[in-house]
Design a protein around this ligand. Structure first.
Ligand code: HEC
Ligand code: HEC
Ligand code: HEC
Ligand code: HEC
Ligand code: HEC
Length: 396
């Protein structure tokens, strides 16, 4: 079951203020929203020159960007089956939506404050400007590109819409604003998205950032007929586990895999000593990162000539949590950038014949148990293969 709630460390200050005020008076008081994650991005009007804020309409001119974004996880941040299941739970506080549908225009209610500062008692008001179609787009073009009713860019181009040049805004800090939050608010509420912090202390800080790896550059036209420029892919590749079965999404692979050598034949009585090295070669943060439900498995199996499994072992990289009675991280074997881990198998060969060793590595969104607990159905993909290889050998 999922009990991971994401809050910024600022909650600490809020909690402190709540404690102070509630100890002074026990009456209901409405506390203002003071911190960024508590609030939506303020209402945005349609920038001059445009017909709407919808990504589809940006796509009439920026055609390739729109097609790429459609395949991204960002486009599913609201409609995601697991997200929808989670926010219907009473234990999910109102501000879950602020990173998934960040604009006020996308939210059905305006939150005016918190009764006694309690995140479970928001003061709600119907939002007159609520736009359902924008909500369904999740993290859309305007989430990242519209502020103060203008399009934010990095180049300062002339366009049919108002452009404000602000490279600072469109830097890794935009990504980290949502991809980092680490705080324990109460016994069962813990946030552990630390991708930003992992990157900051890692070897890529100052060399490559979120954008260098997740938005690769290509020379092309931003809009047909306007000439080639340096541009960025907008499919935001990540885990590569699609949201709907049968779909494929762009992916990145963090690990390099290095199996040790295996001989073509052995003698009866020999022992196979096999090593499998996994190195985080390509990611700027731990692998896996972010959502603590993510993990990798490494299955090692030896089959005899009749295809019976004669040896089996499974290793894992990921975090393990206990949620009751108190959220507690039990272990964390996520691999930091450039670090490696080696798994080994040992198998005594007692019978002659033909064999093969099979290695299968998979990345998992979550466990099957969690899928069933949350009733997410059979159509929600939960893993993908990242490495598979067979090594045949014989024993004389
Ligand atoms: C600080 C911003 C932030 C807040 C607040 C937030 N999320 Fe998320 N959420 C993220 C990010 C970032 C990801 C993607 C993480 C990754 O893949 O590493 C995500 C992913 C998810 C996913 C998809 C997981 C998957 O396996 O694909 C679910 C479900 C989810 N969040 C639920 C929630 C719920 C429920 C809340 C409120 C309790 C919440 N989120 C609040 C930032 C946030
Ligand atoms: C009517 C066509 C049209 C529509 C609709 C449109 N754009 Fe543009 N946009 C342009 C043109 C033309 C340029 C400049 C292209 C060039 O010079 O290569 C541009 C440039 C940009 C830039 C780069 C600005 C810079 O200086 O760095 C961004 C970002 C951008 N648009 C985002 C958007 C977003 C987001 C939407 C939807 C809300 C949108 N555009 C809708 C035509 C359009
Ligand atoms: C408004 C908050 C927000 C911003 C800004 C944001 N993200 Fe995300 N991102 C999310 C959420 C939420 C998800 C997960 C959606 C889901 O799984 O349903 C996500 C998913 C992703 C994924 C896919 C993760 C996976 O499991 O495959 C990548 C990669 C990613 N974001 C990279 C970036 C980069 C790079 C930036 C900056 C250019 C960025 N994000 C900006 C909230 C945000
Ligand atoms: C040096 C390149 C590099 C940099 C820098 C980088 N990433 Fe990644 N990122 C990767 C690779 C590679 C993966 C795929 C990991 C894997 O195999 O699952 C990945 C995966 C992710 C995922 C999917 C999480 C998961 O485990 O499923 C998210 C979310 C993400 N990155 C966000 C970010 C953010 C936010 C930043 C900036 C703070 C960032 N990345 C910086 C290369 C990078
Ligand atoms: C998660 C945030 C995010 C989303 C969503 C997003 N963009 Fe961007 N976009 C960026 C960033 C960051 C840059 C600038 C990268 C840089 O120059 O370092 C950028 C750059 C651009 C540019 C300028 C040229 C280039 O490629 O560098 C255009 C045009 C653009 N985006 C259009 C769009 C459109 C259209 C959509 C929706 C279909 C969209 N963007 C969705 C973050 C986003």
């Amino acid at each position: 079951m999922k009990k991971i709630f994401i809050f910024s460390f600022f909650v600490a200050f809020v909690a402190l203020i709540i404690n102070l005020t509630t100890s002074i008076s026990s009456k209901s008081e409405i506390h203002p929203l003071t911190h960024s994650w508590e609030k939506a991005v303020p209402f945005q009007g349609i920038p001059e020159g445009l017909a709407s804020l919808k990504s589809k309409d940006c796509g009439t001119c920026h055609q390739e960007y729109y097609k790429e974004w459609l395949t991204s996880t960002h486009a599913h941040a609201w409609t995601d089956v697991q997200f929808q299941a989670e926010i219907k739970k009473e234990s999910s506080p109102y501000m879950c939506i602020n990173c998934h549908i960040p604009l006020e225009n996308q939210q059905e209610y305006l939150i005016k404050g918190l009764i006694n500062g309690d995140i479970y008692q928001p003061v709600k008001e119907k939002n007159e400007h609520f736009d359902k179609a924008l909500q369904d787009e999740g993290i859309n073009c305007v989430s990242c590109h519209v502020r103060n009713n203008a399009i934010i860019g990095v180049k300062g181009l002339r366009a049919p819409h108002k452009v404000v040049k602000d490279p600072e805004f469109l830097s890794e800090s935009l990504c980290i604003g949502c991809h980092n939050a680490n705080y324990k608010i109460n016994k069962e509420l813990v946030c552990t998205f630390e991708t930003g912090d992992e990157w900051k202390v890692g070897p890529y800080n100052g060399k490559k950032n979120c954008i260098s790896c997740h938005m690769q550059t290509i020379d092309r036209e931003l809009v047909k007929g306007f000439g080639h420029k340096k541009s960025h892919f907008h499919n935001f590749p990540g885990s590569g586990i699609p949201k709907v079965k049968g779909e494929t999404v762009a992916m990145l692979l963090g690990f390099g895999f290095y199996p040790s050598k295996i001989s073509d034949f052995y003698f009866k009585g020999d022992t196979i000593n096999f090593y499998f090295k996994v190195k985080n070669e390509f990611a700027g943060h731990k692998v896996p990162t972010g959502d603590p439900e993510r993990f990798f498995t490494f299955e090692f199996k030896i089959f005899d000539s009749e295809n019976n499994i004669v040896f089996e072992k499974e290793d894992r990289i990921g975090e393990e949590w206990e949620w009751y009675p108190e959220a507690k991280k039990l272990s964390d074997t996520n691999l930091p950038p450039r670090e490696e881990r080696t798994f080994s198998i040992k198998y005594p060969l007692l019978k002659k014949g033909k064999y093969h060793l099979e290695i299968l590595a998979k990345k998992h969104r979550m466990t099957l148990k969690d899928v069933q607990y949350n009733k997410l159905g059979d159509n929600y993909p939960i893993s993908r293969e990242v490495y598979k290889k067979e090594f045949p050998f014989s024993v004389r």
